[in-house]
Design a protein around this ligand. Sequence first.
Ligand code: ADP
Length: 369
Amino acid sequence: MPYAMEQPSSDQVRALLGRFFDPASIAGVTIAAGRASIAIEINPARAAELEKPRAEAEHAIAELPGIERVHVVLTAAKAAAPAAAPAAAPRAHAHPPQQPAKRPLDGVRHVIAVASGKGGVGKSTTAANLALALAGLGQKVGVLDADIYGPSQHRILGLKGKPEVTGNKMLQPMLAFGLKAMTIGLLVPEDQAMIWRGPMVQGALNQLMREVAWAPLDILVIDMPPGTGDAQLTISQQAPLSGAVVVSTPQDLALIDATRAVSMFKKVAIPILGVVENMSTYVCPNCGHEAHIFGHGGARDEAYRLGVDFLGEIPLHADIRRTSDEGRPIMLEQPDGPHAAAYRAIAERVLAKLEGGAGAKAPPRISIS
Ligand code: ADP
């Protein structure tokens, strides 16, 4: 074959990283298909000072032959070891002792939650676009809409009809733009007000997780109900989560709703992959003028103050709302635009953290000769 793809070994990359970081802080190195994903475990108090070596390390690794993309992420909270697919090992070791072992989902490598301290911050829109961005990075992705108070993924992903039941009594997930999807919105009449009590939430979630033919998947994204009450706690305790993404608007961060969501996950020992600031900058669709309606800028510091990572910001833009409400998210509608790029950057960080997490199984090395 005329083309040979040679990549540096993870030891070579670790050696290079050792020039910038204490080798003991290198939580994970994954190299596959020209992409290097590296997680460095840090004390969040040193986040600002370590930003420079992070950028320099990224630059140095990018110079290595065979590397096309590099992500070095600073992580305050170690991502849990993923469940190996398909014959997953028990996850008891993945969490501190107070966390009861959760049954992994067969054939699903990672389950992540997208959560928010309150409704209306764009959690579902972020979950859908993040899922599409992860799929764009070559992952097999599913979306489980567990937002029992206001399911919306059927609208955002343009899902119609009823899911089919297969011979073995499993629900067939719906297919949306290459994603597998299942939402409580397709199973419960939209206008039916329901009071969800703990055991009901548990039952519904278990059905959505375990009675849907999800496998094989790399990542199942759970769109959580907003807030931090019993239902959210139940889901966090029941789902075999590798980590959680907390979506917040700038003012929500200041008003501590997001802080509550962060502490909820900490309480149940779920690693927080990071915070996304949604509706960050307002860009006028007519003149391109930028304004900071809900304030701007402090989110990164606030996230680090909470001891979690900052994954990125998404502007407040009419196109994001329109595409989300029309059932064709912006990741698909404007894949080359700045908003898709912002979601993609967040997805790359999430993926780097999942892949770089302690105990992550390195994907097979691809060599073409
Ligand atoms: P949540 O799940 O937090 O309740 P949604 O994702 O349903 O929030 O978003 C609430 C509304 O805000 C929707 O109409 C959605 O289209 C809109 N929206 C979400 N994110 C953005 C954004 N970045 N820019 C503009 N509109 C947005």
